[in-house]
Design a protein around this ligand. Structure first.
Ligand code: ATP
Length: 271
């Protein structure tokens, strides 16, 4: 069996330009990214560089223009059924209660209702929401809705977890609580995680490895750093460690110019 849970091999993604449909825009060029089973990998890069595009390719939601995706050594065709996703935007169905939202994926898989409900209740309590199962999304805080979304992803017991800036809309304290909860859950189950974020502190605090992407167009990895901080980690505490500061300085050295390029591009687009 392959050591790797997910491999993106020489991936390129070209789109019709949003500004000028006659033109092609290469968002991602010749990018290879491998994630071992049980490994937590973060990808950081400037706004609009192609992070979500890569995640969508790994999820099987977007077919790359060239390159292949392998899942546990098998070439991926169609949706990646070994992966669960958690996106930046709310994915909860407002007309379903929290427990109904969590159990919906199991129901799609044909799990009988009573069993699906029992598993959903168990996951809600694991993410600190026991007793909240009958609340509707609008009756929950932003942090609670993220917990429901997390339970919704994890109840399906995916071998690969794909997260696209899942906590960016949360306040700093709630975000740190959620980050610690994700680390606790991850260390208990050791799934492969591909975590997309803008936030270098978050990437270092959570990951085994941080991959830095260049600014677009033709985004590709320009640096890769092993995060040798001891686990278990508390995301707030780990930031005060000298090794964290050292890693931050090293990675920021690579990321800074790309962020400035990305920012300049955003300004040009807005002009
Ligand atoms: N379907 C599409 N059609 C045309 N262009 C696209 C499409 N999807 C993405 N792009 C372009 O590809 C580039 C990368 O987009 P992507 O959303 O992957 O970046 P990102 O790094 O995730 O951005 P952010 O940090 O803002 O979330 C952007 O310039 C975007 O406009």
């Amino acid at each position: 069996m392959s050591d790797y849970a997910l491999e993106l091999l020489s991936i390129s993604c070209t789109f019709h330009s949003k500004d000028d449909p006659g033109q092609r825009y290469t968002a991602v060029a010749d990018t290879t990214l491998r994630i071992r089973a049980g490994e937590f990998v973060s990808v950081v890069g400037p706004t609009g560089c192609g992070k979500s595009t890569l995640l969508n390719v790994g999820a099987g939601l977007l077919e790359p223009s060239s390159g292949i995706v392998k899942v546990f050594g098998q070439t991926l065709e169609g949706i990646n059924t070994r992966a669960g996703y958690m996106f930046q935007t709310e994915a909860l169905m407002p007309w379903r209660s929290a427990v109904d939202n969590v159990m919906v994926g199991l129901q799609y898989r044909g799990v009988p209702d009573a069993e699906a409900r029992e598993q959903a209740e168990a996951w809600l309590s694991r993410v600190g929401l026991s007793g909240f199962g009958d609340r509707y999304p609008h009756q929950l805080s932003g942090g609670m809705r993220k917990r429901v979304a997390l339970a919704q992803t994890l109840v399906l017991d995916p071998d690969i977890i794909l997260m696209d800036e899942p906590f960016s809309a949360l306040d700093v304290q709630t975000r740190q609580l959620m980050e610690n909860e994700v680390l606790d859950l991850w260390s208990a189950k050791k799934k492969a995680v591909l975590f997309i974020t803008h936030d270098l502190d978050e990437a270092i605090a959570m990951s085994d490895r941080v991959v830095v992407l260049s600014a677009g167009p033709a985004t590709h990895p320009i640096g890769e750093f092993a995060i040798d901080l001891a686990r278990p980690r508390d995301v707030a505490e780990v930031r005060t460690q000298p090794r964290f500061v050292e890693l931050h300085t090293q990675i920021w050295e690579v990321l800074r110019d790309e962020v400035l390029k990305g920012y300049a591009q955003q300004l040009r687009k807005a002009a």
